[in-house]
Write a protein that binds this ligand. Structure first.
Ligand code: MN
Length: 737
């Protein structure tokens, strides 16, 4: 029997069985049938390099066999291009021949195969939606059956290995996409083996000169390096053996070209310095021995402060576990040491695929489930509030719009970060790390500096510029009308920061905000106690602290203060003029839109004593020969009038909303396009400009505007937005005009 089977099995398939020796005879038969079916289907077809097409699915299956994946996966890998490339073969045929499990895997890969490919277009923001769709599909299939994604990664890896036969433009495109999406994906899944190879292959096409330069430098220095590492290894093994730990493995970690390049770029150091960092890996049977070995390493060489990381106690988010340290030897050379158990090592090399490696038959053990749960968590953040345990509900949420309201952006390392659409660089910074958020001072998107309220687009590569010294977030970030922050995560972190910095700081911060806002409103000298009282605070410090915490915003202050101001002006006017109801008046504009019951032909004026504005309760007063004067219902002149028969009902008409004119002045270093930019801000707020005058002295321009607001809240916002324009020193309300 055995020899008969061996006879039938082609050599390339034998290799696959050798790499994955744990298949039962039935499972081997399934893989063999898939092989024959695929070979027949692809008969006559050739790859770009001229070899028979079947070599590609076989190579893909080989990669997966090296990861020790199961028989349905290997069969699906062999069949993965059949439905897409061969006319006349449908997914139903696969199901009929190979069963539902294999058919579902093939179907999943086929659907993933129809991905949009242009990451260049996505860089320019043109195809952002399509690119988000790519990632959405990947995450979705990850959720349905992770093996689909593993087949796709193996497919991409073999295509990258054979990319040399493809047209040059296509090479760049594929390499870019691989580096942007597939290598980070492999990293997310923890499959280091596939990740580094995808990176090196992509790099080879994206930056061929640098690739060759590093490769040749590596080759020339190899012998010298290996000799050094041998002595270091011998020393370490000797010391560890003294502890009585059996089965110690010490190996030199291979250096990958792209990771060397990245290190050179990141640390701005030449090749030699990266190269001189030697890397060792120690594998010991038990977790407790990892810490013993750490002790040995730190006793024979001098540890470098800040370089020790315990990823055993606190695993990385792709479940990576290991101890990391770096030491300096007697010659001053840096040695990085990783210490881990064989199980941790399997995980580090094969990630999620490790679950198939050492388990009998099925991969559905507890650790695997946990790992999958983490991957799902990536998607779940999109579907906040959805019960993760309920897979059905989860998938349905994924299929709904939730995912489409996300943007997918890249870190400088190429990791994919997903955020709600409308997210800003500040949201991104807080997503990466709370501390990055707090120190965020600027951002570059695709290499170009952008403002912090920039809306991220799918495909953007985002780099956060942080202040070097310890600093905190700005209170403006919490001001919702300025739109700096979209995610509740960032908002909570910012609020927490302000809470934590304590009351004293909050008082100081709040005082600054109040000072700035009152100066803007032209009310710098207004007693702060009065302002605090408007918000119900007896103590001015309590008020400042509330502002400092972010509970009271700048627009809140502007609205309250201006309303109070207007009320005071009315009362003052009423006092001087009372009780004369025929006091000075101003003519009514059409835009005042007042309706007088029963008569439309009368001249209407607004009482100057109380200056009614739209929304105030009002009454009309029939004057002697001058038509009707409109007063606020609570105007003292009305209340104290001795001629109640002269009053008539009037209402604010349904006509246009009456504008509230506010004179403002903007001080700025003059520049081209400044007025246009100011116009754009007011236009966006739907605000009219009714007066415009510019004075320039020593290249500092004073721009006098009267803007017509619909409500007072607009004032603070529009002033703040104008102040954000380049060259603008300040924008404030003018008083006493
Ligand atoms: Mn393929």
């Amino acid at each position: 029997m055995v020899s008969q089977l061996a006879e039938e099995v082609p050599t390339d398939l034998e290799m696959i069985f050798k790499s994955q020796p744990r298949l039962s005879p039935e499972e081997r038969a399934l893989v063999l049938r898939a092989y024959k079916y695929a070979a027949e289907a692809h008969e006559g077809a050739r790859r770009d390099g001229g070899e028979p097409y079947i070599t590609h699915p076989v190579a893909v299956a080989q990669i997966l066999a090296d990861l020790r994946l199961d028989a349905p996966t290997l069969a699906a890998a062999l069949l993965h291009d059949v439905v897409e490339d061969v006319e006349g073969i449908k997914i139903e045929d696969i199901e009929q021949h190979f069963g539902a499990e294999v058919a579902q895997l093939v179907d999943g890969v086929t659907k993933l195969g129809k991905l949009p490919t242009s990451t260049d277009a996505m860089r320019n923001g043109k195809a952002g939606d399509r690119e988000a769709e790519t990632l959405r599909k990947i995450f979705l299939s990850m959720n349905n059956d992770i093996r689909v994604v593993l087949i796709k990664l193996a497919d991409r890896l073999h295509n990258m290995r054979t990319l040399g036969y493809v047209a040059p433009e296509k090479q760049i495109k594929k390499a870019r996409e691989t580096l942007d999406i597939f290598a980070p994906l492999a990293n997310r899944l923890g499959i280091w083996q596939i990740k580094w190879e995808l990176e090196d292959l992509s790099f080879r096409y994206l930056n061929p000169e640098k690739y060759r330069e590093i490769a040749s430098q590596l080759a020339t220095r190899r012998a010298e390096r290996e000799k050094y590492l041998e002595t270091v290894k011998a020393r370490l093994i000797k010391e560890i053996s003294a502890l009585g730990i059996p089965n110690v493995q010490v190996s030199a970690r291979p250096k990958h070209i792209y990771s060397i390049y990245r290190k050179m770029e990141r640390k701005r150091i030449p090749f030699d310095q990266v190269y001189d960092i030697h890397a060792l890996r120690v594998i010991v049977p038990e977790k407790v021995q990892c810490y013993q070995v750490l002790g040995v390493v730190h006793s024979i060489w001098r540890p470098i402060p800040g370089e020790f990381d315990d990823y055993i106690a606190a695993p990385k988010n792709n479940f990576y576990q290991s101890l990391h340290t770096a030491v300096v030897d007697d010659q001053g050379k840096t040695i990085e040491v990783q210490i881990r158990t064989p199980e941790m090592h399997q995980h580090a090399e094969y990630g999620i695929a490790a679950h198939w490696r050492y388990k009998e038959g099925t991969a559905h053990d507890k650790a695997f489930e946990e790992h999958l749960r983490y991957l799902r968590h990536l998607i779940e953040s999109a579907a906040e509030g959805v019960n993760a345990a309920d897979a059905q509900e989860f998938v349905s949420v994924m299929r709904s719009d939730v995912f489409q309201n996300r943007v997918y952006v890249f870190t400088p390392k190429g990791d994919v970060i997903d955020l709600p659409s409308g997210a800003t660089p500040i949201d991104f910074a807080y997503h990466i790390h709370t501390d990055i958020g707090h120190r965020c001072r600027g951002a570059r998107v695709n290499g170009v500096q952008v403002s912090l309220d920039y809306r991220l687009k799918s495909g953007d590569r985002v780099e956060i510029i942080t202040s070097s010294k310890r600093a905190g977030p700005s209170l403006d970030w919490l001001n919702p009308s300025l739109g700096y922050v979209q995610t509740s995560r960032a908002r909570n972190k910012i609020k927490a920061w302000f809470k934590r910095v304590g009351r004293e700081n909050n008082i100081a911060l709040g005082r600054n905000v109040v000072d700035r806002e009152l100066a803007r409103l032209g009310l710098a000298s207004k007693p702060r106690e009065e302002v605090a009282a408007l918000f119900g605070f007896a103590k001015v410090d309590d008020f400042f602290a509330a502002v400092g915490y972010g509970d009271i915003s700048a627009p809140n202050i502007a609205t309250k203060v201006l309303e109070a101001d207007r009320k005071a002006q009315r009362e003052a006017a009423a006092e001087t003029l009372a009780p004369n109801t025929e006091a000075p008046q101003r003519p009514v504009n059409a835009s005042d839109g007042i309706d007088i019951m029963g008569d439309t032909g009368m001249l209407i004026t607004l009482g100057r004593c109380c200056n009614p504005v739209r929304g105030d309760p009002i009454v009309g007063y029939i004057t002697r020969g001058k038509g009707v004067t409109v007063h606020r219902a609570d105007c003292p002149n009305v209340i104290n009038s001795s001629e109640p028969e002269r009053f008539i009902n009037v209402t604010w008409g349904s006509a246009v909303e009456r504008a509230y004119p506010v004179p403002i002045v903007i001080t700025a270093y003059d520049r081209e396009g400044l007025l246009r930019d100011i116009g754009a801000v007011t236009a966006n707020e739907n605000i009219n400009i009714s007066e415009l005058r510019v004075q320039t002295r020593n290249s500092v321009a004073s721009i006098f505007l009267t803007i017509e607001l619909e409500n007072l809240e607009q004032l603070s916002r529009v002033l703040a937005k104008i102040e954000m324009l380049p060259n603008v020193i300040e924008a404030r309300r003018r008083v006493n005009v």
